[in-house]
Design a protein around this ligand. Structure first.
Ligand code: ATP
Ligand code: MG
Length: 392
């Protein structure tokens, strides 16, 4: 590794935020710092819509830093770059040494330049022409091809230095976590809710998780799996709290006193009530679920209305219009798929009605629920709540 090598992180939508831009950038810088802390000592700062990540010691793990930076929301792309003096000669020498392997593998190349420092004597076209000419002399086997080059050498003239780098690698995009409010996400062990959580975090939402457990019907492994899913998400979202709420008594009461066709809907109504209570204590302003229209009987439009009836906070359902294949593709991309498919029971699958109501009427569900002491059940579930804090 070249010991000067550093990372440049390009900001996406953050750039568009007008007056809020400063606070978005500050949030992003602190998220990047926090994410890189365990990987070595890095200096992280922002200039002209770019975050600079400079290793302070030889032992910094640059490959791991690059992988981590790609997962930070608000970063659209990442490049490994080297700084050099702001002269054509220094830029040529830097590109020649730093990209020697890439040049050896290429038949054609071009230079693409950006001049953020407008006081630099050459404009971007002139820089590309001069550096490109020098590199063509230095590597006689490669030819310039401005349309379809094998290799693009990027040159950026910035405040203190010039920077040379190869191709950019895509980042996670979205907005920095912490700039989009605070929500409580209902996390089960399935495929959907880790994806819905990730999607809201990508819009800048800071999350806490709620997970309902029904021992002895659900196992410790099932709970551990959900905590592991939350931990996988921290690579993107940062450290977070997982609230574990006992749900056995509620489920047994529903089974004892209510019509079977409404079991799932009534469970979901209790989950919403309890999650809203958790959200209010946490100062959160919305709930997030992994529901997708029509996926199961409890996710028809009427069923969603019945579920939502018991809460006043907005219920965010980022998967509402997504197909299962798209959800699975995302789960694979974000790395939750393999854990989600581990075969453990979720409390929702423990008491599944044989014939769930497809067109539930709100009055009927409310009437059936009148057989229960709802407030006392909610209060006792909340008394039994425990917490786990998960970190990257
Ligand atoms: P998932 O794949 O996320 O489990 P699902 O398609 O299996 O979703 P349901 O089981 O009907 O759907 O659950 C719908 C949503 O309710 C989930 O996406 C999740 O947000 C929430 N949920 C379900 N079970 C639990 C649980 N045990 N703890 C917390 N939230 C849950
Ligand atoms: Mg489920």
């Amino acid at each position: 590794m070249n010991h000067n090598e550093m990372l440049l992180l390009k900001l996406g939508e953050v750039v568009l935020k007008g007056l809020n831009r400063r606070s978005f950038e500050d949030k992003l810088v602190s998220n990047v710092r926090r994410r890189l802390k365990s990987l070595g000592s890095f200096q992280v700062y922002v200039r002209q819509s770019t975050i600079y990540v400079e290793p302070q010691k030889e032992e910094c793990d640059m490959a791991a830093a690059l992988a981590a930076a790609r997962q930070v929301f608000g970063v659209v792309s990442v490049v490994r770059a080297i700084p050099c003096e702001k002269t054509v000669e220094a830029i040529t020498a830097a590109a020649q040494a730093y990209l020697a392997d890439e040049f050896a593998a290429a038949r054609t190349f071009k230079v693409e330049s950006r001049r953020a420092d407008k006081s630099f004597a050459l404009n971007s076209i002139q820089i590309s022409q001069e550096v490109g000419g020098n590199l063509a002399d230095a590597f006689p086997h490669v030819k310039v091809d401005v349309h379809h080059p094998d290799l693009t050498v990027h040159v950026e003239i910035r405040e203190k230095h010039a920077y040379v780098h190869g191709p950019a690698i895509s980042g996670a995009g979205g907005l920095p976590v912490g700039t989009g409010g605070h929500a409580v996400s209902l996390l089960s062990g399935g495929l959907d809710s880790p994806v819905s959580s990730w999607m809201m975090a990508r819009r800048g939402v800071q999350l806490e998780m709620v997970h309902f457990v029904s021992p002895p019907y659900t196992s410790q492994q099932a709970q551990d799996k959900v905590v592991e899913l939350a931990r996988l998400l921290t690579a993107y979202c940062g450290a977070m709290l997982v609230h574990i709420v006992p749900f056995t008594e509620i489920q047994e009461e529903i089974r004892r006193r209510c019509p079977e066709e409404y079991f799932t809907l009534m469970m979901r109504r209790f989950m919403m009530r309890i999650s809203q209570a958790v959200a209010k204590k946490a100062g959160a302003h919305a709930l997030v679920t992994g529901e997708s229209l029509g996926q199961v009987a409890s996710q028809t439009m009427l069923a969603l209305g019945v579920t939502e009836d018991v809460v006043s906070l907005p219920v965010l359902r980022p998967l509402i219009g997504m197909d299962k294949v798209e959800i699975i593709r995302t789960a694979r991309e974000i790395g939750t798929y393999e854990t989600s498919i581990l075969p453990y029971e979720d409390c929702c699958t423990v008491f599944t009605p044989r014939h769930p109501a497809i067109r539930p009427r709100l009055e009927d569900v409310r009437a059936a629920e009148a057989a229960l002491d709802v407030d006392a059940l909610v209060a006792r579930a909340l008394e039994g709540e425990t917490w786990v804090r998960v970190k990257p």
